[in-house]
Design a binder for this molecule. Structure first.
Ligand SMILES: [Zn+2]
Length: 431
């Protein structure tokens, strides 16, 4: 049996036994009471405001109104997990549905096609835009509202959960200022936060920073943000070219979608710009393959790319109810098998402690609160550039990088699990 099948089997066994927690809290009850009271007074504006503000205070990213045959469930996405908060009767929901559509300038009489726009709300004098989308379904119209708070999109660079070695690597890359830095990961891996945070670190009055986004998710104010508008007849590629004529120092291109965008981004970095962008790939090696499949010439790749960061978000153990737990036989075997694949193979697994939450009001009894990043970072050294020019495959490149400072996602997560930031189950889910 190969080591990999061993890991996969252990992974299945551990996840099968996982003790899944359903969120509950007195706060959900309180929110429900407040909403019911507002609806009773026919004050739908107040009801919508209460739901939105509570969603924000519970650190949710989205509010879902899901219609069943007989009722409607209100669910918040908290730390990427959809959490049932309370249920409304259809006639109670009608008020909220109509108010949401009205506030978002959507057509009330249109109920058979999807619509989307936004409404604004004041949270302590701060204006927040809430993106709304409706979807007609069998049992009526569902709404999903994105309640992300722009001020939370940018965090301190120190809070991006880099270990000091990886942090130093990345700081060096950003200081160079004429390369391409790629942040990769699936949807929900926190690429927006990483990119905005890196840009805010680079922000200086003497530098012109321009972003090309589709759409602009957060209005930042202190940089130039352009939104791709393909309806204007201009393609993504043409927008990017126009942006380069604006004499920028630093460019953030939201996503590299094809050869043309990649080629322009690479050439922009070759002509003295720091270019930050994202790719929808899972790992550093998959990113290398994707770039190769877009047929960017190897010598251009070697000369333009500096760093590839692959990332995932996992839930963090609730710091308020964290407690040490006994490792199971499977967990111990899994850690050993994972360590064997890294430079940490000589670590004694007996000394490794594992932690879990035990449930409290801070984490709505889910054992987790907040999220942390795990990373894989590939930095192009001279040696790597040389083999790329000679058409090396992604596995040859990774093998070469391993001899230097390459940090694989496995290594990063093993370190974060044994440093008690997250649990084995959480990490198994995302890698
Ligand atoms: Zn807790």
């Amino acid at each position: 049996m190969s080591e990999n099948t061993n890991i996969n089997e252990l992974k299945e066994q551990i996840l099968e036994k996982e003790d899944k927690k359903t969120a509950f809290s007195d706060k959900f009850e309180k929110l429900w009471e407040e909403v019911k009271w507002a609806i009773k007074r026919q004050d739908s504006d107040e009801a919508l405001k209460i739901i939105t503000l509570w969603a924000l205070s519970l650190w949710s990213s989205d509010v879902h109104y899901d219609n069943n045959e007989n009722d409607v469930v209100i669910r918040f996405r908290i730390d990427w997990i959809l959490t049932d908060i309370f249920t409304l009767e259809k006639k109670q929901y009608k008020l909220i549905l109509e108010r949401t559509k009205y506030s978002s300038a959507l057509k009330l009489n249109i109920t058979n096609i999807p619509q989307d726009w936004k409404y604004s709300i004041l949270d302590w004098e701060k204006k927040l835009d809430i993106r709304v989308s409706t979807l007609p379904i069998k049992f009526w119209e569902n709404i999903v509202c994105r309640v992300l708070d722009a001020t939370k999109a940018i965090i301190d660079f120190e809070d991006l959960w880099f270990f000091w070695t990886t942090k130093r690597m990345l700081e060096q890359s950003l200081e160079k200022r004429n390369w391409l830095v790629l942040v990769t990961g699936p949807t929900g891996s926190g690429k927006t936060t990483s990119l905005y945070t890196m840009i805010s670190k680079l922000n200086e009055r003497s530098k012109k920073i321009i972003t090309l986004e589709d759409p602009i998710e957060y209005e930042l104010g202190w940089i130039v943000q352009a939104e791709v508008n393909e309806k204007s007849g201009f393609t993504y590629e043409q927008w990017l070219k126009a942006l380069l004529r604006q004499d920028p120092d630093i460019i953030m291109v939201w996503e590299i979608r094809d050869y043309d965008t990649l080629n322009i981004a690479a050439n922009a970095s070759l002509t003295g710009h720091l270019v930050l962008s994202t790719l929808h790939t899972k790992s550093a090696s998959e990113t290398l393959d994707r770039i190769a499949n877009m047929w960017l010439k190897p010598y251009v790749v070697a000369a333009s790319v500096d760093t590839i960061i692959a990332q995932r978000l996992v839930r963090r153990i609730c710091p308020h109810c964290k407690a040490e737990v006994e490792k199971t036989k499977n967990e111990k075997a899994l850690i050993q098998a994972m360590l064997n694949e890294t430079w940490m193979k000589n670590l004694d697994t007996d000394h490794i402690k594992l932690y879990k939450g035990s449930g409290c009001e801070h984490c709505n009894h889910t054992w987790y609160k907040g999220r942390i990043w795990i990373y894989e970072i590939l930095r192009f050294t001279d040696e790597i550039r040389e083999i790329i020019r000679e058409w090396a495959t992604s596995s040859e490149i990774i093998e070469k990088a391993r001899k230097n400072d390459f940090i694989s996602m496995k290594e990063d997560w093993v370190l974060k699990a044994i440093k008690w930031h997250t649990t084995i189950e959480e990490i198994l889910r995302v890698i």
